[in-house]
Each structure stands twice: as C-alpha cells, then as structure tokens.
Write a protein that binds this ligand. Structure first.
Ligand code: UDX
Ligand code: ADP
Length: 472
C-alpha cells in the first residue's frame, strides 16, 4: 500500500496555491511544497502579502507555512523529494495555430511533465489538477512512460479541482465531492487509493468519488459547461423579461423552487466570466468537433454565444438610454473583477464593456476594491499598441472609491456584485448628488433596490427587469 508523505505542487496559481495550502493545513503528517517558475509569485507566497486574494486563505497559509507547507522556485528538488506531484499549471485557450481560440494550450502541462520525467529518481504518482481537455492524461503518460525505467514507475491520476474563486477555502474545506480518476490497472488503482487516503484526512469518504481517467477529465468540463449553461439560460430569459415585464428574479425564484432544478446559478447577470467557464466550454466544443459531432459542438457553442450577446445587449441598452451617444460622457464602472471577493479579472465582463465604451469615445472611471491599476491597464490594452497606458489614460481613469468614480458622471454601471456596492452600504444619495442629471444607473448584477434608488432620483435600468413591470 502506497502512503503519501511528501507532496509537490507545480504551479502556485489560483488552483495550486489554495488547494495545496488547505491540503497541508489538514494533513500535518504530509510535507507539501508548492513550486513555481515565477520568482515574484513565490516571493509573494512567502511574504505577508499573498499573491491571491481569497477569504480565509491568509489564516490557512500562515498556520502551516514553514511547518509542513513550503513555497519554492526549486522545482527539481521538490519533484525529487515528492511521492506525489500535482500538476497545477495554467492551461489558457490557444492564441494561435491549430484550434486557436478554442483548444487549450497544453504547453505548460507538457513542459511540467517533461521536467518530472527528466529529474525524477524514484517512482511518482503524477496528478493532473489543471483543467485539461479529455485525454491529456494519456499524453502525460506517454511522455512519462517514454522516460521511465524499471526503477522509476509513474502513475497518472486525474483529480480536477471544483473550487470557485472567492469561496475557494470554504469549497476546499468542505467540498461537495472530490473526484479521482485512474487507469483501472492494479498500479493505477493503488495510486488512486493513495490519493483517496490523502483527502480522507478531512473529506468524508463517501464524498470521494473514484472513476476511470476519462470520466474524471470529462466530468470537470461537463460540470463547468452545465453551470455556465444555467447562467446563459437565465440570461436568455432576462431578455424576454425586459421585453415583457416579467421579473427575472421572480422567474428564477419560481423555477429554482422546483427541487429538480434547484436555486443555484440562476442569477441573471451581465455575463459570466472567470478563467474556466468559457475555456472549458470551448474545449468541449473543440473535442466534439474533433470527434465529428457537429450538433453537439453547436449545442455547447450556443452557451458562449448567449454570453457574448448578453454583454453586447447590456452595452446597447446603456447607449440607447443615454440618448444614443456616450461620446465624451463619463461612465462610472463599479467593479472590474469577474465576480465579488476575488481580484481575478480573467474573462471579466467588465473588460468587454469598457472596451466598447472606449470605442464609443466615452470617458470611463473604474473602481474595484481588489483589482490593481496595473492589471486593469493590462486587460484593456489592445495587442500591437505601443505606450498602451498613455493611450488608455485618454479614456480611462482608475479611482480609489465608488464616490470618486461617480463624481460628475452621467451614468453608474454596476458590473461586479461587491457587497460594498449594495444600497445599504454605499451612500447613493451622495453618489446622486455628485452626478450629472439625469443620473443614470445600470445594474448588471441585480444588486440594488431599484425602487429605492428611483426615489432618490436615479433613472435605473436593471438586467431582466422592466421599469413598467406590474403596472400594466
Ligand atoms: C467555476 C466553477 O464554479 C468551479 O466549480 C470551477 O472549479 C471553476 O469555474 P469560478 O469561475 O471561480 O468557478 O466562479 P463561479 O462562481 O462559478 O462564477 C463564474 C461566473 O459566473 C462569474 O462571473 C459569476 O459572476 C457568474 N455567475 C455565477 C452568474 O452570472 N450567475 C450565477 O448565478 C452564478
Ligand atoms: P490557475 O488558475 O490554473 O491556477 P494560474 O495562471 O493562476 O492558473 O497559475 C499557474 C501557475 O503555474 C503560474 O504561476 C505559472 O508561473 C506556473 N507554471 C507554469 N508552468 C510551470 C512549470 N513548468 N513549472 C512551474 N510552474 C509553472
């Protein structure tokens, strides 16, 4: 029976960092070393100012860092020491070449796998943790087997991560399920059991699911695709609500009460973002196309098409409400992260919206409580433009508070549902007083009480709600 005593995690990002920190926290008998090529990232993990904002993360890291949790750039030493290696490197959508814009770029997974093959001096269990297209484990296995000897045997497991940003620590401490896929050979099953034993340090055994490798890989893509599909479904309905006077919150509530549907992931919004949903659906589309299943590909593609439509629809509504032009108007954008309680901006709806506002020659004032100015400039820059920041500064202003952003603005646009933007937290009377009149407010997150803000004097427009609803 294999007992895991030493774990290495390659990739100290949003997935690897929190996941392995919780693992160390819950398993004092296991030494966990998280490695990364980025010296800056590792230095931040070793400092008081961790590179990722995630509620509860500081407490977990500070409790075990230096005891059984280590952060290092010495990738080779950590690989050599470990019995089990998590590969948690980034797998962005390919920007060029075959499958560009659709398929995942597996260059980082491949290079981490090759590194393991090159430097390992003893048997290892290699665990694919990054979200990857189906059959990546097979490629990893081919690379590792081509380099293994009779003394060095590699087992490959798939153990996708289901944490959501903003609630990562809660999700990791109390997961709905942990999924571990393995080749159903004697040694594959032994490796699978070894990882089951690691998780059952704190996860009840019945929540640890074991499957074959391919089921595990596909389940991760499927779960994300189905979650995103629910959001696109409610967003599609939000358009009907606006046109008819139905209220999307009421529709979601009524549907969610059906226990077969459930209430989660039915919040209409300006569009989903984050590093996973779009990427994973596009992976599924690519896979379906490759498998010659065009109808299946088109089915999933529609979830992404609807998401793009929702963002464009929101922008169109803003422009038409502001008398068909936003040229030289000041738009205050509240929130830049793709959801609340994270500083992550990957695929955030804010990026698409603001780029559209800039195209229309608006002046955009942006405030987000957690996103750094540098990140905002990076996200808004267009490829090939030199001196991006200077160019952008003509159109955007990065603010330190919602009040500063809204000062003298024609419109306030709520893009991220940060609690501090709620009407019981932010002083909307003060915001109103400082704005141009009429003062418009667009709520892309169903966050504020529109009736209350209308009483102040705002002209309010909310996704999935029609101001005249209920009056007919
Ligand atoms: C997602 C999955 O939830 C997680 O299991 C997986 O491991 C990674 O991808 P994440 O992207 O971190 O997690 O956040 P999530 O809470 O799923 O939100 C994704 C996007 O959907 C956000 O932009 C969020 O604002 C939006 N959303 C979510 C809605 O618009 N409406 C909802 O009802 C829920
Ligand atoms: P995710 O959201 O999947 O965790 P991130 O981009 O936040 O993605 O993190 C992935 C991390 O993996 C990055 O910090 C990157 O530097 C690191 N990384 C990529 N390739 C390697 C490699 N071969 N060895 C070590 N670290 C790597």
């Amino acid at each position: 029976m294999t007992v895991v005593k030493n774990i290495c995690c390659i990739g100290a990002g949003y997935v690897g960092g929190p996941t392995c920190a919780v693992l160390a926290y819950k398993s004092p008998d296991i030494k966990v070393t998280i490695v990364d090529l980025s010296e800056a990232r590792i230095a931040a993990w070793n400092s008081d100012n961790l590179p990722i904002y995630e509620p509860g993360l500081d407490e977990v890291v500070f409790a075990c860092r230096g005891k059984n949790l280590f952060f290092s750039t010495d990738v080779d030493a950590a690989i050599q020491e470990a019995d089990l290696i998590f590969v948690s490197v980034n797998t962005p959508t390919k920007k060029s070449g075959m499958g560009a814009g659709m398929a995942a770029d597996l260059a980082y997974v491949e290079s981490a796998t090759r590194r393991i093959a090159e430097v390992a001096k003893s048997p290892k269990i290699v665990v694919e943790k990054s979200t990857v297209p189906c059959r990546t484990a097979q490629s990893m296995r081919t690379i590792l087997e081509a380099n293994s000897t009779s003394e060095i045997h590699f087992d490959i497991l798939s153990n996708p991560e289901f944490l959501a940003e903003g609630t990562a620590i809660k999700d990791l401490l109390n997961p709905d399920r942990v999924l571990i896929g393995a080749l159903q050979t004697e040694s594959g099953i032994e490796a699978q059991n070894a990882l089951v034993d690691v998780y059952t340090h704190w996860v009840p055994k019945e929540r640890v699911i074991t499957t074959n490798l391919w089921s595990s890989e596909l389940s991760k893509l499927a779960a994300n695709a189905m979650l995103a599909q629910r959001i696109s479904s409610i967003n599609a309905l939000s358009a009907i609500c606006e046109a008819t006077g139905a209220d999307v919150d009421e529709v979601a509530f009524a549907c969610g009460k059906d226990t077969r549907l459930g209430s989660k992931f039915l919040k209409a919004s300006v569009g989903f973002g984050g590093s996973c949903f779009q990427k994973d659906i596009l992976n599924l589309v690519y896979l379906s196309t490759q498998l010659n299943l065009p109808e299946v590909a088109a089915y999933w593609q529609q979830v992404v098409i609807m998401n793009e439509y929702q963002k464009k629809r929101f922008v169109r509504n803003i422009i038409s409400t502001l008398f068909n032009t936003i040229t030289n108007k000041k738009i205050a954008v509240l929130g830049f992260a793709f959801k609340k309680d994270t500083g992550d901006t990957r695929e955030s709806a804010a990026i698409t919206l603001i780029k559209d506002f800039i195209q229309e020659n608006a002046r955009v004032a942006i405030y987000d409580p957690k996103v750094e100015a540098e990140q905002i400039y990076m996200d808004l820059s267009e490829p090939g433009v030199v001196d991006t920041q200077k160019q952008l500064e003509k159109n955007i202003q990065i603010c330190q508070s919602a009040y500063e952003a809204a000062d003298d603005a024609d419109a306030v646009v709520i893009v991220t549902e940060w609690d501090e933007f709620r009407d019981d937290q932010l002083d909307y009377e003060k915001i109103y007083a400082g704005m141009k009149k009429p003062a418009f407010l667009f709520d892309g997150r169903l966050l504020v009480n529109a009736a209350k803000l209308r009483q102040i004097g705002f002209k309010v427009s909310v996704i999935g709600k029609n101001e005249l609803a209920g009056t007919a």
